[in-house]
Ligand binder design. Structure first.
Ligand code: 6R9
Length: 658
């Protein structure tokens, strides 16, 4: 192991080192396996006839006109269910009402201050029709883009479905983003209407949304109207002729609306991806293929029993996870969902578990960042609630550290509930790689295998499939129904970003390894991989080793330029509540701990104890900013940070320590 930097040009020659060893195994509970929606046979059947498999899944939906061709593939441009016509809103709402399930609860909504609303499918249908009529009155027609900048309230779902009904692609912007971030997305999508609210509740107080819209629109006269839901009752500025209240315009509309049939390939929505350096990418999803795969994966991965389950995705609708698994997946399956407006610590740190207990949640889906926060708060908090209704738990957004996985399974899942670690992206639209709760013997930290009908591989630099035990890059070999159809307005960037790294393969940009059993582990973004003395080391593995230490709650690791080793590992750690302040002794202990779990090459050069980490809306750590800090550079774009102050605090800690 030479401690010298690699020669120029050699940087990409070394695929990821395979450092982490994990021997814990969790087989499916026998009762769940016996009744599971998906059995092991599904894989072989889908492999034998992939297009036939997806055609069968498309049959879950109501089509106004059947498709002529399942797939038209002109690489890298795919069309699914060509010639088919359907309406996504009808599939999510009307058809359940028509089938006599109108009284079934679609959402148990819980506001942060404790106010609640129960919305049945019949009520949702009326609301969506009223909103669709209102949008038409405001001049929205098929193909127009509509921006949605909202808190987590039922009207957000209603607005999305009203757009889908008309065929006007929605573009939801996370309510935590700044006026600048909203503005650049309005420019790029050329939206004519913005739907917003006066504000929403976060951390116990009303937080404004309308002011950011006003600010963004000051220089954007192209937006004709702003439709405003009253949620908090805050005072708002009002621009006559442009701004209209939801309760004035929507509530007086009729509750019938004739839904047109849209082409399977008509745009359903645009969602901008988070946290990169350049201009945000507007990821485009269309109707038939997207709805097919979100519907199938929601049913398969969570073993959804629509009659009895209460499903809860604890995520924001402004993240793709909310689109696919709060809105389109659960509704297309006629499921009952929980939707929660606020933060997990308001008014107390048991709020999530109180919600699980109150509504009898059976399936819960959340991000590792939330799970690590709960670990930090301690297991005595969930222990105060009855969580026995839970039967499947899910994780999404980042690789889940094995320690966090085991904690989640034990303290939330009572050591009996399977945990599914679901890998996917805004671009993939729906889950791609995941254990199946009734089939897979799960390993903590591994997303395991591609789902039936999905063709995923791990390849090296030359696009060759790596053998078991090897590391490299995750790729998708065959088109899938919910794949992005492009980047809004920029087909060239679509080809360059996703299809130019490896000829004919979709490149998601994540590192991965395949273990000795052939199971897949995700290792974080390729941009985050560190090159230490010629070895590619994954930030995820070093972070997981740190989190496995009893005193560490969260860790973020980056590679900073180093004169000797090319890059050196710099770690930022948050300690668990009871671990005290840190100090040199602890830092030495942590370095040794990483060295003994992963090998001396992975020992961080520096470990800094910090109070918080910079994160995106979906809880992803923004390592790019931490690299800026570790290399004493000016910070890049911070407009998608949830809390812009956090990074300045870190800079102070870093400069104080260096
Ligand atoms: C759904 C979502 C996509 C990126 C993706 C990867 C990371 C998501 C993961 C995971 C490891 C998982 N990611 N789920 N990494 N294991 N289970 O998160 O979409 O916000 O577009 O992010 O998130 O790096 O490439 P998006």
């Amino acid at each position: 192991m030479a401690e010298t930097p690699p020669a120029p040009g050699q940087e990409n020659q070394q695929t990821l080192s395979n450092l982490l060893q994990e021997s814990r195994r969790f087989p499916p509970p026998p009762e769940l396996a016996a009744e599971a929606n998906v059995r092991a046979e599904a894989f072989a059947a889908a492999d034998a006839d992939r297009l036939g498999f997806w055609a069968e899944q498309a049959g879950r939906l109501r089509w106004e006109r059947p498709w002529d061709t399942v797939l038209d593939w002109q690489p890298p441009f795919a069309k699914w269910f060509v010639g088919g016509k359907l309406n996504a809103a009808v599939n999510c709402v009307d058809r359940h009402v028509e089938a006599g399930r109108g009284d079934k609860v679609a959402y148990h909504w819980e506001g942060e201050p404790g106010d609640t609303r129960t919305i049945t499918y019949a009520q949702l249908k009326d609301l969506v029709c009223q909103a669709a009529n209102a949008l038409e009155e405001l001049g929205v027609t098929k193909g127009d883009r509509v921006a949605i900048y909202m808190p987590m309230i039922p009207e957000t779902v209603v607005a999305m479905l009203a757009c889908a009904r008309i065929g006007a692609p929605h573009m939801v912007v996370f309510g935590g983003f700044s006026a600048d971030a909203l503005g650049s997305r309005l420019d790029d999508s050329d939206a004519k209407l913005v739907i917003t609210a006066d504000g929403g509740y976060r951390r116990g107080k009303p937080s404004g949304l309308k002011p950011a819209v006003d600010e963004a629109l000051r220089s954007r006269p192209g937006v004709r109207n702003v439709l405003v839901v009253r949620r908090t009752g805050q005072d708002v500025e009002w621009t006559e002729g442009r701004d209209v209240w939801w309760h004035d315009v929507v509530e007086r509309q009729g509750t019938e609306h004739a839904a047109p049939a849209h082409d399977a390939e008509d745009p359903l929505y645009i969602m901008y991806t988070s946290g990169t350096t350049a201009k945000p990418k507007g990821i485009l999803h269309t109707t038939g293929g997207y709805l097919t795969q979100v519907s199938y994966t929601h049913w398969a991965v969570f073993d959804l029993k629509p009659e009895t389950d209460v499903f809860w995705t604890a995520a924001d609708i402004g993240w793709v996870t909310g689109h696919s698994y709060i809105v389109y997946g659960p509704l297309s399956n006629g499921a009952t969902s929980v939707m929660y407006e606020g933060t997990p610590d308001t008014p107390h740190r048991g709020r999530f578990w109180e919600i699980v207990q109150k509504y009898g949640v059976t399936i819960a889906y959340m991000a590792p960042t939330a799970i690590r926060t709960f670990m930090k708060w301690g297991e005595d908090i969930p222990a105060q609630y009855d969580l026995s209704s839970l039967r499947v738990l899910g994780s999404v957004g980042e690789p889940i550290n094995p320690e966090a996985y085991v904690w989640y399974r034990k303290n939330i899942g009572g050591d009996r509930v399977p945990v599914v670690d679901t890998w996917w992206q805004t671009e993939t639209g729906a889950i791609m790689v995941s254990p199946l709760p009734g089939v897979t013997e799960a390993k903590p930290g591994a997303a395991m295998r591609p789902l039936p009908g999905i063709s995923v591989d791990v390849v090296d630099d030359e696009a060759k499939s790596v053998p078991d035990g090897g590391g490299g890059f995750i790729v998708v070999r065959e088109p899938w129904p919910s794949m992005l159809r492009g980047i809004w307005g920029d087909p060239k960037r679509y080809e360059e970003t996703y299809w130019s790294r490896f000829e004919g393969l979709y490149f998601p940009g994540d590192g991965a390894k395949r273990d000795e059993d052939g199971d897949i582990w995700l290792l974080g973004r390729v941009d985050d991989v560190m090159l230490v003395s010629g070895h590619n080391i994954s930030t995820t593995e070093v972070e997981s080793a740190l989190v496995a230490h009893a005193k560490v709650a969260e860790a973020a690791v980056v590679g900073a330029t180093d004169p000797v080793t090319g890059q050196a590992i710099v770690a930022f750690v948050i300690l668990r509540g009871e671990a005290g302040e840190g100090g040199e002794e602890l830092v030495r202990e942590l370095r040794d701990h990483v060295g003994s779990s992963l090998g001396p090459i992975a020992k961080p050069r520096q470990i800094l104890v910090v109070p918080e980490l910079p994160k995106t809306r979906s809880g992803k750590i923004m390592r790019r900013l931490l690299r800026d800090v570790a290399e004493n550079r000016t910070l890049g774009d911070v407009s998608t940070l949830t809390d812009a102050k956090s990074i300045e605090t870190l800079r102070d800690v870093f400069q104080g320590a260096s």
